[in-house]
Design a protein around this ligand. Structure first.
Ligand SMILES: NC(=O)c1ccc[n+]([C@@H]2O[C@H](COP(=O)([O-])OP(=O)(O)OC[C@H]3O[C@@H](n4cnc5c(N)ncnc54)[C@H](OP(=O)(O)O)[C@@H]3O)[C@@H](O)[C@H]2O)c1
Length: 282
């Protein structure tokens, strides 16, 4: 169950998120379990501090490296020589000599810094160290600014996207640009299981003999969005993966879209403190 990015690379539509998955045994066991169930797309980041556990799990799984799609993200903006060291350290921790997808984690407020970082990403792509490159948390204006100097357009934008924030205008823009959309935070830090969201989603879950989590994942997949739910709990990892077989009626997609409250549970990209420019400190 993959979808082809505009550069021809196939990316599995459903993956495992690993934010707040502790490095060491937890990351190792979580990723080993996910791979045994059939996940072939693992989303990590320099910032998560768990690339080593993820890399060990992939290495020990016995599955061919080429069959697994690994995404990681550059922690913050830095001079190119520092960025290269940080990238090589990621490869070492992940125990691989390339990644499938490398992402800018947060935009800087200065467009020239984003453009400079993107030049580094383009060089990694040119040298086949990353099979695809992209961004996270970029608004439309960040992407337009990147185009001023980009030789290669991003293949992916990973953004906060869930029933409280369906990102319909941004997704439409990304579709026009042939940039794939990945959802993060699909369960809204637990809010989809409560109140306003729960009322509607539990009715749909009953209708489809599924769980709320599965309805949310199926909603994203049906909107042509890549989904990377995170769990460290084996039966939830299984349950989330099974959502790929769930098909919702088009009217129910609209019902979920209408739950939007324009609500972010993560940081607003236009006012974020994360996309700083500073030297690399291993
Ligand atoms: N690019 C970015 O800036 C950015 C930002 C945030 C996240 N991300 C990526 O997106 C991934 C997903 O987002 P997220 O980690 O924020 O949150 P999420 O996937 O929306 O939710 C994870 C939470 O939901 C619980 N959960 C998982 N499956 C469940 C189920 N079937 N039923 C009930 N609860 C369930 C998990 O608990 P347990 O683990 O205890 O089971 C965990 O507490 C991240 O892990 C990361 O890879 C990217």
């Amino acid at each position: 169950m993959t979808k082809t990015l505009y550069n021809g690379v196939k990316m599995p539509r459903l993956g495992l998120g690993t934010f707040r998955v502790a490095d060491g045994d937890v990351a190792y066991q979580t990723v080993r379990h996910a791979l045994s169930v059939g996940y072939r797309h693992i989303d990590t980041a320099q910032m998560y501090g768990n690339e080593d556990g993820v890399g060990r799990a992939i290495r020990d799984s016995g599955i061919d490296r080429e069959a697994i799609f690994i995404t990681t993200k550059q922690r913050h903006h830095m001079p190119p020589e520092d960025a290269m060291r940080a990238f090589n350290d990621s490869l070492e921790r992940l125990k691989t000599d390339y990644v499938d997808l490398f992402l800018i984690h947060w935009p800087n407020h200065d467009k020239e810094i984003n453009q400079e970082t993107w030049r580094f990403f383009e060089s990694l792509y040119d040298h086949k160290k990353a099979r695809a490159i992209g961004v996270c948390n970029f608004q439309k204006h960040h992407i337009i600014d990147l185009y001023e100097t980009a030789k290669i357009r991003p293949m992916v934008n990973q953004v906060e996207l869930h029933p409280g924030l369906p990102q319909i205008p941004l997704k439409r823009f990304l579709d026009e640009q042939r940039i794939a959309t990945i959802s993060y935070g699909p369960f809204m830090k637990g809010e989809v299981f409560k109140d306003h969201y729960e009322e509607t989603l539990s009715r749909l879950a009953t209708k489809y003999e599924a769980t709320i989590a599965q309805v949310v994942i199926a909603w994203g997949l049906e909107r042509d969005i890549f989904m990377i739910p995170k769990s460290v709990t084996p039966d939830r990892i299984d349950q989330n993966f099974a959502a790929r077989d769930l098909v919702l009626d088009p009217d129910d997609i609209k019902v979920i879209n209408a739950l939007s409250r324009g609500k972010r549970v993560y940081t607003d990209p236009d006012n974020n403190p994360w996309g700083v420019f500073k030297p690399y400190q291993p």
